[in-house]
Ligand binder design. Sequence first.
Ligand code: LMR
Length: 395
Amino acid sequence: MFQNLQPPTVDAIIALMAKVNADERADKIDLSVGIYKDEEGRTPVMKAVSEAEDRLHASQDTKKYVGMTGDVEFNKEMTKLMLGADADLSLTGAAQAPGGSGALRLLSELVKTAKADATVWLSDPTWPNHHSLLGSGVGLAVEVYPYFDYDTQNVRFDDMCAALSKAKKDDVVVLHGCCHNPTGRDMSIEQWDTLGKFIAEKGLIPLIDFAYLGFGDGLDEDVLGMQALLKHIPTAMIAVSCSKNFGVYRDRVGCAIVVSDDAELAKVCQGHLGAIARRIYSMPPDHGAAVVRTILQDAELTKIWKEELTEMRGRVNGLREEFSAKLRELTGTNKWDFIANQRGMFTLLGLNDDEIAALRDDHAIYVVKGGRINVAGLQQSKIEKLAKALVEVTS
Ligand code: LMR
């Protein structure tokens, strides 16, 4: 049977990770996958996480099953991060999931269960894995809406609404909650608000993907756009990842949330999320979510975590400033100023395949197709080399 299989098409970002690892040049610069690194190029375990792990190790006396929707207290804490500490949790349903990707998959399976002919609308551009995770992998049709203007570096809001006006009732609109991947350009609060009214009028269902909560302008600030949209919407879905903001990438910590004005509907959806988990992997892994829950339910650990997150965000924004200032100095133009005022881990430099190949072959610099760079993976000491190489390959 398996003799008939052709090798799979490997996800572009994962394939690039392998190429970076295989490159033996000592001065290589890896700006591929979205991972936060410090000035030494390390991705250390966060202090709040280490402390929570110590506490868990000391107190955990069983490894028995937790349940199909995972850690109920973790789910509550994640929902409060999204909707506010005083949110009415009876209007929500949630399931712990293996990472943000797991949460996206649970929610797309929920859509498939409810309405198999719904179309999933993705931004153009978007994280490449959205297409298979939410579309082909689950058997839902995908359409794209324009999102980003490469010339002005702004959101194409009118074009986006024009495209979405072709969506049919119950189609799903996937939105990046903050720190749009790959562009680093988010909608304004006013645009979120306007989009909320538009989506509600058309009877569409938003699915808001939060992979970088806290990396934009702050934990509270980053959810304001979504909250402005939700005011208008009867039922919405949210996928949250803890990979980046808690630095628990390999522990796979995420949460799928359904928010509704109908408490019964929210609970039915939660039941389905559990049933879907059961038929795919039965139950999510406990450890990472237990760590996050331990942090969020302890004032001292929450304070430490928030300070660490603030420091990471500040460092990324500082790198943006320095990189764009260096490019201004080298080119004498403001062509690259946009790097400084985008948010999150990524910036899209708009490079063609030849320019990307030249960066790789001549300078050992790795960037994702289209020129997406992981600013959070950069070190100050490498900014000059990167800026010079970028100027060279684009001149
Ligand atoms: C990225 O876009 O680099 C991250 O979301 C990590 C991943 O799994 O692709």
